[in-house]
Design a protein around this ligand. Structure first.
Ligand code: NAD
Ligand code: 89V
Length: 343
């Protein structure tokens, strides 16, 4: 496949980032867009000069003429749209949260497998420059074998103005944001065997939980804490930084606010600036996320051309999604949840 042609479904708040990023991915072009909201369709179509516009995804698939579909709608439509892509044998990217339930997510993976088409979940946080820097330091053996970690996202940022639906669901922070943090924990310390969680709602204006503290047992024996909050008011707002602490047999890694990476080992302590780039279309403080959108889409295009499973394939994401479901289950029951039994 030389030039890749894509179609995008869902022209909302976040899709604009995906559209910008596609313009930066070499030899890749979005040739058709779809949204059932005519205003969003016109806005994005005019901004990016896309002539083929649809209000109905089935009609767009029927007309065809693209190699992959980028599904940027909210979660309720994900299963139907991924299954539609599979039925048309079109490779698919699906935004997070992958599905409403693990059962749906498994069905989506099975449908794409049976159709023989690649499926990637747009789980972009592991592609952020500072997280990649942590992964590289571990791979280089900078702290030996990690035995403990903390992955932390604590903020008071108003996410509800850009994404009002986040205030309306019974589930909030684990499903929307913790899903990224849990994925980072898996990416850095490996798969998880058991999980325990506690949640709380602090903001009275929203329906779901806005604070969660999650304890993970990793397959390799490491223990980690994932803690997320949108009820944390700090002197300098850290949104949207994920902070990381890792203790290893030979040293420590600290990724702290301001994109500062500090590695301590037998050679002493070295600090690095691991700030993300401010891409031409990006804006602060979102640039960290925006750069990772470009990185994951570039990765998708490379794998679609050259073959090989994507880092956040549907199959891989089942293991992250299971942690989300387990966290809600544990918070409700108070007990620990066996992850392997869910997969
Ligand atoms: P949004 O509500 O602003 O946009 C969704 C759009 O999809 C709307 O314009 C809606 O009309 C359209 N739509 C919904 N169902 C459709 C269907 N069946 N056919 C055609 N169009 C349909 O939502 P958003 O904030 O852009 O979020 C979209 C997704 O992106 C969510 O799943 C969200 O969790 C995710 N998200 C991811 C990140 C990230 O960093 N990965 C950041 C923000 C949002
Ligand atoms: O990444 C996300 O899914 C976003 C945000 C970072 C704002 O929580 O909803």
């Amino acid at each position: 496949m030389a030039g890749l042609r894509g179609a995008l479904i869902g022209c909302g708040f976040f899709a604009v980032n995906q559209m910008h990023a596609w313009t930066d991915v070499p030899d890749t072009e979005i040739v058709a867009i779809c949204d059932r909201d005519p205003e969003r369709l016109k806005l994005v179509g005019d901004q990016f000069g896309i002539e083929r516009r649809y209000s109905d995804a089935a009609e767009m698939f029927g007309d065809g003429g693209f190699d992959f579909v980028d599904i940027a709608t909210t979660v309720h439509s994900h299963r139907a749209l991924v299954e539609m892509a599979a039925a048309h044998r079109i490779a698919a990217i699906c935004q997070k949260p992958f599905a409403k339930t693990l059962t749906d997510a498994k069905a989506m993976v099975a449908a794409c497998k049976a159709a023989g088409v690649p499926l990637m979940v747009h789980e972009n946080f592991r592609w952020q420059t500072p997280i990649q820097a942590v992964r590289k330091a571990l791979d280089a053996g900078a702290i030996g074998t990690p035995f403990w970690g903390r992955f932390s996202f604590r903020s008071g940022f108003d996410v509800f103005s850009g994404q009002p639906y986040l205030a309306e669901g019974e589930r909030f922070i684990i499903e929307d944001l913790g899903i990224h943090t849990l994925d980072i924990a898996r990416y850095i310390l490996g798969d998880v065997t058991r999980l325990t969680a506690r949640t709380r709602r602090v903001n009275p204006k929203i329906k779901g939980e806005d604070v969660a503290t999650i304890l993970l047992d990793h397959e390799n024996g490491a223990t980690s804490i994932v803690d997320v909050s949108y009820a944390t008011k700090l002197g300098t707002e850290p949104f949207p930084e994920t902070l990381v602490e890792l203790d290893g047999t030979d040293g420590t890694i600290r990724l702290s606010q301001g994109y500062r990476l500090e590695i301590t080992n037998a050679d002493g302590t070295t600090a690095y600036d691991v700030s993300p780039q401010l891409l031409s279309w990006a804006s602060r403080p979102w640039h960290n996320i925006q750069e990772s959108v470009f990185a994951i889409q570039q990765h998708w295009a490379e794998r679609l051309r050259n073959g090989g499973e994507t880092s956040t394939s549907g199959a891989d994401n089942l293991k992250t999604f299971a942690l989300v479901e387990a966290a809600y289950e544990s918070a409700a029951s108070g007990g620990a949840v066996d992850i392997e039994a869910m997969l």
